[in-house]
Ligand binder design. Sequence first.
Ligand SMILES: [Ca+2]
Ligand SMILES: [Ca+2]
Length: 95
Amino acid sequence: MKPVSHHIRNLVLLCALGAFAAPAALARSPMADFKTTDANGDGRVSLEEFQAAGGSEASFAAGDANQDKELSRDEFARAAASRDRMQPGGTTQGE
Ligand SMILES: [Ca+2]
Ligand SMILES: [Ca+2]
């Protein structure tokens, strides 16, 4: 008898539930929403917070309209949109 295996099964189940629950909550937007991305809850998304959520520095810069190195809610939406448009190659030419 191995009582440990029971715990492992529970753990696996929890992980599976978590893996399904998280994307479902974020399914509406391609990126985590503003509140989720703003990890320290100061109402601004720093570059670190943006990158932690999977954003690139280029998208961050594209969204940061006033270039104060933080994204407001509007700027965050812009940055997220820019991220969607961004080509993997990098250079997006104005259209
Ligand atoms: Ca923040
Ligand atoms: Ca800004």
